[in-house]
Design a protein around this ligand. Structure first.
Ligand code: SF4
Length: 387
């Protein structure tokens, strides 16, 4: 294991967990109406971008001795020409040591999935596909500005399964203007019929500057109120748990053993290296992030400059607060013993009043040495650490 990754807090942090590697592909065919993520539609930049990415990869060759997850996300990685994507994955393996049993995920759009892509991904050792389906309702897909329909979504999952991708996750969105809980459950039923290993169910949010936010401001669309949002959340949890999925994080559900190993690193406060524009890295004490613009990223690396925008060293208190904030997002919660070792605080002693208050309100419980959010607690997880 690489000392730089594991020595940072001086408290034996993360000795039990290898880091994850994230590679960002900031290209999309077109922008979806609701999306606030940074991505560009000028795909003529792809060759220069991939050359820049290779340069950045070389800079971090020694960052860790090995990684046990690789996540290629975006944007839309599947818009890369298939040979380029395969070459990129080969290049990653040539630069970094990726464990033999690593979870290797690629995000895809159903419209891009065909036998050529699937064969190439399997050949490159990809064992997990995340498919951005969002809905099985063609009206909603058109409203969101997606470039696939439900038929393509169903075909994509079936083709991935037939091609031998062993672990399939799908992304869905609820809380669309005009959608009621029954309509959402219809989408969930279609999703479950495809037997994915993993589902991410996100609440639609308004992102500044998007067409959806502008429509909202003009009064053309109305979003569900808090009470309806809570209904969506609880119905999603009930329905998917009844169908054998574990609600293991606010927005994430998995067949037992199929939780996203890569995303779990973020919630566990484990180290990760992120490469590409806007990508973040965390080494246990230090957080670093790259500039956002693709052009700047390409220019920086072509001129031998680092694309890092900023770095922050987290204080003990910041680390503790982050660990609580992240841990409360998960059903597993916070291991009290690990928290004490990593962050030097005995929550049961130091935060007794706070725990008793949250527990009295039915938001947390202590079970088997873990401080866990209840389902009601998970619904407000982002504020629990601050209450
Ligand atoms: S939602 Fe995904 S596909 Fe749509 S613009 Fe955003 S990153 Fe691209």
């Amino acid at each position: 294991m690489n000392g730089r990754v594991f020595q940072t807090a001086g408290t034996g942090l993360f000795l039990d967990e290898l880091p994850g590697l994230y590679i960002h592909i900031p290209f999309c065919v077109r922008k979806c109406a609701y999306c606030g993520f940074y991505s560009v539609t000028d795909r003529s930049l792809i060759p220069d971008y991939l050359a820049a990415l290779r340069r950045e990869m070389a800079l971090y060759r020694e960052w860790a001795a090995s990684f046990d997850t690789l996540y290629i996300g975006g944007g839309t990685p599947s818009v890369l020409p298939t040979e380029e994507l395969e070459e990129l994955i080969t290049g990653i393996h040539g630069t970094f040591a990726i464990s033999i049993d690593a979870e290797i995920t690629v995000e895809t759009n159903p419209a891009d999935i065909d036998s050529g892509l699937l064969t190439a991904l399997c050949h490159a050792g990809v064992n997990r596909l995340n498919i951005g389906i969002q809905s099985f309702d063609d009206g909603i897909l058109a409203f969101l500005g997606r470039r696939h329909d439900q038929e393509q979504a169903v075909a994509a999952v079936k083709a991935a399964r037939s091609a031998g991708i062993e672990n399939i996750g799908i992304d869905l969105i609820y809380g669309i203007p005009g959608q009621d809980v029954d309509a959402w459950l219809a989408t969930l039923r279609k999703a479950v019929a495809l037997n994915p290993d993993h589902l991410s169910c996100y609440q639609l949010t308004l992102e500044e500057g998007t067409p959806l936010a502008k429509q909202f401001r003009r009064g053309e669309v109305v979003l569900p109120d808090d009470s309806l949002q809570a209904d969506f959340f609880c119905n999603t949890s009930d329905f998917l748990e009844d169908n054998g999925y574990v609600h293991y994080e606010i927005s994430n559900f998995a067949r037992p053993g199929r939780e996203s190993r890569h995303n779990r690193k973020y919630w566990n406060h484990a180290p990760y290296l992120g490469l590409g524009p806007a990508a973040h890295s965390f080494s246990g004490r230090e957080r670093r992030w790259n500039r956002r613009a693709v052009n700047t990223y390409i220019d920086d690396l072509a001129s031998g400059r680092t694309p890092v925008e900023s770095t922050e060293i987290l204080s003990d208190e910041q680390l503790r607060l982050e660990a609580l904030f992240l841990g409360f997002r998960t059903r597993r919660g916070i291991c009290l013993q690990t928290f004490k070792i990593r962050y030097g605080q005995d929550l049961l002693t130091d935060k007794r009043d706070w725990i008793e208050r949250l527990s009295g309100e039915g938001l947390v419980e202590i079970r088997d040495g873990f401080l866990r959010p209840t389902r009601a607690g998970m619904a407000v997880a982002d504020s629990l650490a601050l209450i």
